[in-house]
Every structure is written in C-alpha cells, then in structure tokens.
Design a protein around this ligand. Structure first.
Ligand SMILES: N[C@@H](CC(=O)c1ccccc1NC=O)C(=O)O
Length: 296
C-alpha cells in the first residue's frame, strides 16, 4: 500500500500535475486532441469495421481496424482500452484508435473497445461490459484463426486490460483463455485503493474493500494462474507520477515472482500522456514493443 498521507493522494494520483510539458488543463486537452487526430488518420487510411455492438448500450461497441488489402486470417489481435479514470467523458473508442496505423502496417488487427463510464454506471458494470466485449473478440479471433489476442490499455484502461487476465473465458471452450497471449499495460492503475481517498472516487463511489476486489494487485494469484503462457509488458513514462511508477514496478515484480514472463519498460522523456500518444508513431520505442510482443 502507499506511504502517501491521505490529504496528498489527490495530487499524487493526478498525472496531469506531473507533466513537464504543459499545465494540467493543457496536457489533458492535448491528450484528447492528439488521440482524436490520430484516430481520424486510422479511419481515413485503414479498413474499418466500425460500431460492432457487444451489448445493449450505445457505448458497448468495438471498432476493428486492418491494413487495406491485408490478410485477416491468422493476424494477431491487439485490443485497446482507453483511459480516463473510468469517467473522463471526452475519451471514447472513437478517439482511441491512434495506434492502429503503425500496428496494422506491421500486420496486426486492432480492436478498440468502447464502454460506459461513471457515474452512469459502476465499475462493476464496466468490468461486466468489457468481459462481454472480450467474449465477442475471442469469437472473432477463432473465426479468423488469429495467432493470438493481446490486451492493452492506458491508465484506467490498463487496469481493465489487467483485469481481463484473471477472467477464465473457458466455460465452453478450454482454448478461450489460452488465446489471450499477452498484455501491454501502459501507466496502469493496479491498486485502486488509494483512489478511494480522492475526488476521483466521487462518481465511482467505491469502498476501500470494493476497490481492492477490483485491483489486479489483489488478484495476482488468479492472473498468474491463467498467465503461464503469456508475456506481460508493463510500461511507464519517466514523468509519470511516482505513485504510478511504484504501482507498475510492484505489479511487474509480483508477476515475475510467480514465474510469469514479464518485461518492464521505463520510457524516457515521456509523461503519463505522451507515453501513450506516441503510439501513433511506428518508430517509437513502445510501438516497437507492441509489434514484438505480437511476434510480428
Ligand atoms: N484528472 C486526471 C486525468 C486523468 O487521470 C486522465 C486523463 C485522461 C486519460 C487518462 C487519465 N488517467 C487515467 O486513466 C489528471 O488530473 O491527471
């Protein structure tokens, strides 16, 4: 658990306050704008199967991207969950496909998952939704004989991706959980408990006990059990808040201690936002890590 006094937790869990590039308001606005711009490029330059529903609500949809004319059969599938503390309304699947251009160029299929946000829904519901999305993605992966599914996300999205590593999708087919072969968890939240002491919790309304039950750090035995065959990459920015860097370091260690294949990537000269924004660029260190993770 954190050693930060309660009254200082909000500061330590506000990544925008730690950027060396811009003011807090500017850096969040820039992230949203940059994500939107990159996502437009994906829609203009790639083959897109947009708005595939996996549930009842408007936001329960996925968008699927491929390089035009590329072979779909056998391609690895990169699944992305956007961040925004499960509540930043400006972020959605529509502006979160910016990594698709370089990853599809390398031969992957990219799937961006939309989900409802707090306070409209609880974290419990968000997790039910993304599990439902994963079931549809597993079905698609089987139909297309995908070489593997790789779950990824940024910040709160990395939390959702990590939570999917403890789900046994094998009720009907033992092969289903096996199909998830790796993860790319960027600047993730792995222990939700400190957030219960901050205004971030106002729309989430989690008790500390609930927060722990939704924390990958508390579920590490379940994750390890289902991840024997997986490669889990945990990445942070040099100027991520120290608490985010601590959480990522600890998560990587507890998985490694349990014999799971992990990598820790500390990305120089990036903050909580640029560390993910730069995935638009095929030459960026983390883009290359994603491509390597998928065996491309
Ligand atoms: N209120 C937060 C905003 C934030 O954390 C955030 C914004 C956009 C995308 C990801 C974020 N963080 C975690 O999901 C801050 O001040 O940094």
């Amino acid at each position: 658990m954190t050693s930060i006094p309660d009254q200082e937790l909000d500061y330590h869990y506000s990544p925008s306050r730690w950027s060396h590039r811009m003011s807090p308001a500017e850096v969040v606005a820039d992230h949203i704008e940059s994500s939107a711009r990159g996502s437009k490029e994906s829609k203009w330059t790639l083959e897109t199967e947009a708005d595939i529903s996996y549930g009842e609500s408007e936001k329960e949809k996925i968008d699927v991207f491929h390089k035009i004319g590329a072979q779909k059969r056998g391609a690895p599938i990169f699944v992305y969950f956007h961040g925004g503390y499960w509540q930043v309304k400006e972020l959605s699947r529509q502006n979160s496909s910016f990594m698709a251009v370089p990853l599809c160029a390398a031969g992957a299929t990219v799937i961006v998952v939309g989900y409802d946000l707090a306070p409209d829904v609880s974290m419990d519901t968000i997790l039910m939704q993304v599990k439902r999305a994963m079931r549809l993605i597993i079905k698609l992966a089987k139909e297309r004989e995908s070489s593997g599914i790789y779950v990824s996300g940024h910040s709160a999205g990395a939390h959702l991706a990590a939570m999917m590593l403890m789900v046994s999708f094998s009720e009907e087919d033992a092969f289903d959980s096996e199909l998830i072969k790796g993860a790319m968890l960027v600047s993730g939240v792995f222990d939700v408990r400190p957030l219960t002491k901050t205004p971030t919790n106002d729309p989430l309304k989690l008790t500390e006990e609930e927060a722990w039950s939704f924390s990958p750090m508390g579920l590490v035995e379940d994750i390890a059990q289902l991840s024997r065959h997986r490669h889990i990459v945990i990445a942070v920015g040099e100027y991520d808040p120290p608490e985010f860097r601590r959480q990522s370091g600890e998560m990587e260690k507890v998985l490694r201690d349990r014999g799971i294949r992990t990598s820790y990537v500390d990305v120089p000269d990036t903050d909580h936002f640029s560390v993910i924004d730069k995935l638009r660029n095929g030459k960026y260190l983390l883009t290359k890590e994603c491509i390597r993770l998928m065996g491309l």
